[in-house]
Each structure stands twice: as structure tokens, then as C-alpha cells.
Design a protein around this ligand. Structure first.
Ligand code: NAG
Ligand code: NAG
Ligand code: NAG
Length: 382
């Protein structure tokens, strides 16, 4: 694999980010392989543990789509911008077409293998190491099966796509929240971050050894601004900034990100034939949240903390978030089905969908809000 060729590819990609429409035809990735958590899960957890119920999916897909959002995720916008179909989840055995990539992400995934079950803590058993095993399995078996010809040829990626593909990673948020669930202090959480990043880097090396050369790595969001973190792990009022975010929680995310960035710089040297793009999702999301009120196109107040759900049963709480009542939750009352959490109609004026995940509007706006910065935004065509 020629380094120069890759370099050129990334210079072109970088210019695509700034001027999407002058993107040349050589700015071409024939496939995407994604690893991550719910921020990029397009059906993995749903395939294994049951569909994320309606109204997840209401805006764009008009039915549950395996995504924890009302609509498309950032990974969907990336696929579209690269001229590729939406990624199917590796675990989804029904109707999947992997000719242009596969998605190994599942909601609740961590980098490190969890020590609790999904029913105890919500942690997905499909942690990053398992996602890598699945990728390895996919790499080998897809070619064996593709060689049978016929329909299999149209459902599985060509062998050379594996070296040409874009490998995207968006994971780590749940590793940080795991420490909060264990009542750890910031220092205790920071102390285990090197171990998380060691395992993260091993996963990237593993993909590199299998031929991956183009890596696109999202850092982690400002968790201190997410309603579920604010509600479940409250901090004293003095710890809340003028935007309503928990200062100490964001500090953990920033520490993780600065260390991740350092590791990526190290990997650039170590894996010399690969190209790495480190994407500062933290700043994108923070801008979105702190600038929500004056985002040009919106005349109405842009709600950040009023999540899209309203709880039919008023359980109180500042953020309209209740960890016991999930999106679409239902109960039976005297033989009738009662939906406990319904969605509002003004989808396009909310940032947070369910207190944890972002709305399609926010996922799209990440971009336009940051077009000015020429970093990320114009990668999409909203
Ligand atoms: C799980 O437990 C083992 C053994 O105590 C420990 O080494 C590891 O760091 C733990 N993992 C997580 C994610 O906490
Ligand atoms: C799978 O998707 C590709 C690209 O969209 C398409 O060309 C191909 O026909 C699809 N395969 C089948 C069996 O539908
Ligand atoms: C964390 O603290 C809360 C409140 O004090 C307590 O209810 C919970 O059991 C603690 N969790 C752990 C894992 O220690």
C-alpha cells in the first residue's frame, strides 16, 4: 500500500470537508466498517436484544430502524456523503446487504469488556474486543461465501474493499459512565483511562494488521451536558456552568479526548501506512449545545434539555428524564396498553432525543453549526 496514495486521498478528503461539492471522484471509499456504541448503532443491539421501539425512527425511517434516535445518525450522514448505502448491522441476519460495509457497533458497548450483564447495568456484551472478533470473522467468511457466486456476490464486499475502506470508530462514552455508575471520583476514572485507551489502540492495530488503512476516529461528547448524566449523577449547583452542563463530568470527557488524541498521534507514527482523522465531536456537540439559542435558521428557542420525550406519568425531575421509563416504554393497565413516554411533535427544535442520544436535527446540525470552522460540518449535505 503506497503511503503517498493514501496521503493524497486524505488531502482530498480534507478538501471535501471544506468544499463538499468540489470533491473529486478519487475521494472514494467503497466501504465503511464501523465500530462503536449507540451513537453509531444502526441495528446491532436491536438484532440481538430486541428492537428499539417506536417512536425511535419516527422522523426519517417512519418505523423502528435499530437506531436510538428519531432519525439518522452521524454515521448515516457519512455514508450518504460518501455515496454509500446505510450500513447494516453485522448482527442483523434479516435483509442485510454488506456489499459496501458492515456495522459492528451496539448500543451500550464499551471499549473494555464489561464486568456486569446487560440486565444489571445496560452494558452491551458486544464490547470493542468482541466487535473485532466479529470483524475478523466477517473478513474471512464473507470471502468464502462470496465465492459461491450468485446472490452472495451482490451481498458481500469485494476483497479489495477491506484495504480501501474507511474504518470509523465512535466509542468510549460508556467506559466513562461505567465509572460514574460505580460512584468513582474523577481521579479514579482518570486512573483507568490509560487502560481503556490501551485496549482501544490494540483494536486499531488489529484492524491495521488485517489491512485497514484509513481510520476516522470520533472523540467523545461533553457527557456533562447530557440529561441522563445530569439526572443520574447529580453534582452540586456550584458545579453547573452557565450553559447548564456539569463542569466536572465534562472535565473527564476532555481528559479522555486529550489522551485519545495523543494516542492517535502516536499511532500515526507507529502504523506508518495508515491515515488517521481525529474528529473533535466534543467541540461540535458543545458548540451545538451552547449556541443552541442562536443557531441562525431557528427562530424558535432551541431546546437542549427539554428532551423530546414527555412523560405521561409525571415523575418529576429537572430534565424530563427518568431512567426507569425508557423511550417508548409501555405498561398494561386494566387490559389496556398505556404508553408512558411519548414523543413531542416539535422534533426539529430539540437537541436531545431521549436524554442520552441526539436527535436527527442535532446530528445534522453538528455539521452546519460547524461549517464555519471548516472542520467537520460540510462533510454532510444536510
Ligand atoms: C473487571 O474486573 C477485573 C478484575 O477485577 C478488572 O481488572 C477490570 O478492570 C474490570 N473491568 C472493568 C471494565 O471495570
Ligand atoms: C446490495 O446493495 C448494492 C449496493 O446498493 C446493490 O448494488 C446490490 O444489488 C444489493 N444486493 C442485493 C442482492 O440486493
Ligand atoms: C453509589 O451511591 C449511591 C448513592 O449513595 C448508592 O445508592 C449506590 O449503591 C452506590 N453504588 C455503588 C456501585 O457503590
Amino acid at each position: 500500500m503506497e503511503t503517498n496514495h493514501l496521503l493524497i486521498k486524505f488531502v482530498i478528503l480534507a478538501s471535501c470537508l471544506i468544499h463538499p461539492r468540489v470533491c473529486s471522484p478519487s475521494c472514494y471509499f467503497p466501504a465503511i466498517f464501523n465500530f462503536g456504541d449507540s451513537n453509531s448503532d444502526t441495528g446491532g443491539l436491536s438484532a440481538a436484544f430486541g428492537q428499539a421501539p417506536y417512536p425511535n425512527g419516527r422522523t426519517f425511517f417512519h418505523s423502528p430502524s435499530g437506531r436510538f434516535s428519531d432519525g439518522r445518525l452521524i454515521i448515516d450522514f457519512i455514508a450518504t456523503e460518501l455515496g454509500l448505502p446505510f450500513l447494516n448491522a453485522f448482527l442483523d441476519s434479516i435483509g442485510s446487504n454488506f456489499s459496501h460495509g458492515a456495522n459492528f457497533a451496539t448500543a451500550g458497548s464499551t471499549v473494555r469488556p464489561p464486568n456486569t450483564t446487560i440486565s444489571q447495568s445496560g452494558a452491551s456484551p458486544i464490547s470493542l474486543d468482541v466487535q473485532l472478533v466479529q470483524f475478523s470473522n466477517f473478513l474471512t467468511r464473507s470471502q468464502l461465501i462470496r465465492n459461491r457466486g450468485g446472490v452472495f456476490k451482490k451481498l458481500l464486499p469485494r476483497k479489495d474493499y477491506f484495504s480501501q475502506a474507511l474504518y470509523t470508530f465512535d466509542i468510549g462514552q460508556n467506559d466513562l459512565v461505567t465509572g460514574l455508575k460505580l460512584n468513582m471520583t474523577n481521579d479514579q476514572i482518570k486512573a483507568y483511562i490509560p487502560d481503556v485507551l490501551n485496549q482501544y489502540c490494540d483494536a486499531i492495530r488489529n484492524v491495521y494488521q488485517k489491512g485497514g488503512r484509513s481510520f476516522w476516529i470520533h472523540n467523545t461528547a461533553p457527557i456533562g451536558c447530557l440529561p441522563y448524566v445530569l439526572d443520574r449523577f447529580p453534582v452540586p449547583a456550584s458545579q453547573i456552568d452557565i450553559h447548564g452542563c456539569a463542569i466536572s463530568r465534562n472535565e473527564i470527557a476532555r481528559y479522555f479526548n486529550s489522551e485519545l488524541k495523543r494516542r492517535v498521534i502516536g499511532l500515526r507514527k507507529e502504523l506508518s501506512e495508515a491515515a488517521f482523522t481525529y474528529v473533535d465531536i466534543y467541540s461540535v456537540k458543545l458548540t451545538l449545545i451552547t449556541q443552541a439559542k442562536n443557531l441562525g435558521t431557528f427562530q424558535t428557542f432551541f431546546h437542549v434539555f427539554d428532551i423530546l420525550w414527555w412523560l405521561v406519568v409525571d415523575t418529576g425531575g429537572k430534565y424530563n428524564y427518568n431512567k426507569l421509563i425508557k423511550c417508548g416504554a409501555k405498561v398494561m393497565v386494566e387490559g389496556k396498553e398505556l404508553v408512558l413516554a411519548k414523543s413531542c411533535n416539535d422534533v426539529s427544535f430539540r437537541v436531545s432525543w431521549d436524554g442520552i442520544h441526539f436527535t436527527e436535527t442535532a446530528n445534522k446540525l453538528d455539521l452546519s453549526a460547524n461549517k464555519r470552522r471548516g472542520v467537520y460540518g460540510s462533510f454532510y449535505s444536510p
